[in-house]
Design a protein. Structure first.
Length: 58
């Protein structure tokens, strides 16, 4: 069960292999942060995985 942004970040990593930082780490709960210091192809794939993960929650 996902109860907060940290749960979301942990589940996203476990399910889809995408690492994000939970917003609470920056005082910005319930959001999350991503790093975009990588290639466009990797970012696009990460976005697809995040979308798939979010769709699986409903």
């Amino acid at each position: 069960m996902i109860g907060n942004d940290e749960d979301f970040a942990v589940a996203l990593l476990a399910e889809e292999g995408v690492a994000v930082v939970h917003g609470a780490a920056f005082g910005l709960s319930p959001f999350f942060r991503i790093s975009y210091a990588t290639g466009m192809e990797a970012l696009e794939e990460a976005c697809r995985r995040i979308q798939r993960f979010c769709a699986s929650l409903s």
